[in-house]
Design a protein around this ligand. Sequence first.
Ligand code: ATP
Ligand code: MG
Length: 331
Amino acid sequence: MATGKLLRQLIKSGIEGNAEAFRVASEEVIKEERQKQHHLLANDLERLLYGRPREIGQSPGRSLEKAPVDRERNLALLDLREPVRRLEDAVLSDETRSAVDEVLQEHHHKERLASYGLRAADRLLFYGPPGCGKTLTAEVIASELGLPLAIVRVDAVVSSYLGETAANLRRVFDFAAANAAVVLFDEFDALAKERADEAEHGELRRVVNAVLQMMDAYIGRSVLIAATNHESILDLAVWRRFEEVLLFEPPNLDQLRRLLALKLRGVRREFEVEDAAVTTLFKNMTHADVERVLRRAIKDMVLLGKEFLALRHLETAARRERPRRLRKQGK
Ligand SMILES: Nc1ncnc2c1ncn2[C@@H]1O[C@H](COP(=O)(O)OP(=O)(O)OP(=O)(O)O)[C@@H](O)[C@H]1O
Ligand SMILES: [Mg+2]
């Protein structure tokens, strides 16, 4: 919990209606909670304060071109964000973690590689089911490299106007080349579907070709990451374009224990995360599911006025999560 001094500042500025002092005090609270590794709370507070994780333009000392827009509808093609979470915030399989480490190493020693005519890997493909850390890992790579995160808004890029989709893609790739950022193409499958898909008309085929050409021609300071949870529909030619392909899967038992320890850091509890009675509650859940159950359980604990998180809070929360998971699995 934030120190008394900070809380006093926070309440005082709130009562006085001093927006600037309130913002400063709130940011201090968030910083403090993050230092204590209370990332869930810090993220929630940040969302409350900014509406969503902080945008790049608002952070001092970084100059970045404005995000390009779709001409027809004036929609931003990219969401620019200041990455917050670090490597220790992601629980990954050994293979995925070492691939991430390798990519980071290559970028940390870019110049040395360049002196041998080599480039650090800058085209990565992340695949796997929802909620297992693809977007999180893109954020982690951005923060470890000290770069902003630019998330491509596929809904804005894909235009119903003939030719406009390819023009939007051009703008995104131009932005990536002109700036240093981690550019995440979320829902990449929507852009790069199997070219032979008969149901799709010629326009989509042209889009796929445009993406492939731009990927090939891309030279720049940004790291391009494509993420998908429909990897089977990706065009084969797309796979070849990526230097690293990383799989994100639901946690195994060891990863689940690490995830529980991470997300419950700083929460007083009556159980050990290794207890089988605890881990079985989370069987077959994705990381995001686990996080949601924990958040629910912690809320229950707080609302019931308890100081310790108990197994029964987890059980109730897991039970309440069940209908959503069954619906997701189509059962
Ligand atoms: N591997 C992980 N380690 C720690 N936390 C995770 C992990 N995966 C997911 N989470 C938590 O769940 C949230 C949602 O995950 P994320 O957005 O990264 O999933 P995703 O794989 O990108 O899913 P989608 O395919 O739906 O985009 C994250 O912000 C994080 O808090
Ligand atoms: Mg995602």
